[in-house]
Design a protein around this ligand. Structure first.
Ligand code: GH3
Ligand code: MG
Ligand code: MG
Ligand code: MG
Length: 316
């Protein structure tokens, strides 16, 4: 029976017996894209290159058994939260308990009963879909689809710790739309919202490398976190932002030169920075929250200076 509320899903079916894979695939036909693996190592590789919505995992496999696969998945950040159903011919309590303790969502015995399997898979996909929705709400800004402030703060803390550990540097740009109150006053709040969406699009275009993060910091302020970027790298991104926004040519009669513009303040952190050697390299009691605030403060001072110098510019 088709399930209108269920979006097409991405499923990974893992069993060392191709006949069982066939039987499972037949039962789940129509749910979306099905991928297959006949061993534990292949399963790990496929799951980390493209994490599926749901993994159906055979417990007994010669190369790497299912529970070991599950344990390794839980250790990797990109597959830590994978939804997994363990399927086994060895339906003893110890295996079931171990699977559940490793976070398996469900546990099924063989032989596979197609209708029951389908019902249980549908249940898990519904849960996954609901969870994805909640995750998006908790991490994305509704209007611009950029990461929200909470995600930004956590990312800065992570990046700071990594910079210390790997003796790397990173940069932060803080960006504020110029005379945006006047823009709203003249063109209306809806046009203002649309302008913010455009700024966010430009942000994503210029900060598109893996590790870059574009976030809405608040109101008409955005931030860009640039992994591994020094001052020159940050300057290049700031220039990209200002050029691409200029190319969109949003009129702003009460703005700078008749166009919607932004001011940018930048801050970097790296081994040559003042105070670097005083930084604790291990885990910090209470976390790294202070680091995010420190860097944001520095970027904010530079932003203030950009405003003071007449807006429509970046200060480093
Ligand atoms: P400055 O160049 O000094 O930054 O001037 P400004 O007018 O941009 O700064 P100010 O902080 O005075 O005003 C920010 C404005 O941004 C006021 C607020 O109504 C508007 N704003 C904040 N969030 C939103 C939003 O989500 N949508 C719209 N349309 N406007 C917003
Ligand atoms: Mg097997
Ligand atoms: Mg502002
Ligand atoms: Mg502003």
């Amino acid at each position: 029976m088709p399930d209108a509320a269920l979006r097409p899903a991405n499923l990974l079916i893992v069993d060392d017996d191709p006949l069982i894979i066939q039987a499972i695939a037949r039962a789940l036909n129509g749910l979306g894209r099905l991928r297959f693996a006949t061993g534990g190592r292949e399963a790990l590789a496929l799951a980390s290159t493209e994490p599926p919505d749901l993994l159906l995992l055979d417990a007994q496999m010669p190369d790497l058994n299912g529970l070991e696969v599950l344990r390794q998945l839980r250790e990797r950040p990109d597959t830590r939260d994978l939804q997994v159903i363990v399927i086994t011919s060895q339906s003893d309590d110890a295996t079931e308990q171990a699977a559940l303790e490793l976070g398996a969502a469900d546990f099924l015995g063989k032989p596979v009963r197609p209708a029951v399997l389908l019902a249980r898979v549908r249940t898990q996909l519904r849960l996954k879909q609901a969870l994805d929705g909640l995750r998006q709400q908790a991490t994305l800004d509704q209007l611009t689809r950029c990461a929200n402030r909470h995600v930004l703060m956590e990312a800065i803390e992570r990046e700071w710790a990594r910079a210390l550990r790997e003796r790397q540097r990173f940069s932060l740009l803080l960006l504020d739309v110029d005379h945006f109150k006047r823009f709203n006053d003249r063109y209306g709040h809806l046009a203002g919202d649309q302008a913010l969406v455009t700024v966010a699009e430009v942000l994503r275009q210029c900060a598109g490398r893996p590790g870059d993060l574009a976030a809405r910091y608040g109101g008409e302020e955005f931030a860009v976190l640039l992994t591994g970027a020094d001052r020159e790298g940050a300057e290049a991104v700031a220039q990209c932002l200002r050029e691409r926004l200029a190319a969109r040519a949003l009129p702003h009669e009460d703005g700078v030169n008749g166009r919607l513009t932004v001011s940018i303040g930048a801050a970097s952190f790296g081994p040559d920075c003042h105070g670097w050697s005083d930084q604790p390299t291990g885990p910090v009691p209470g976390g790294h929250a202070w680091s995010a605030n420190l860097l944001l403060n520095l970027a904010d001072q530079a932003l203030y200076e950009a405003k003071r110098r007449g807006r429509d510019q970046a200060v480093f």
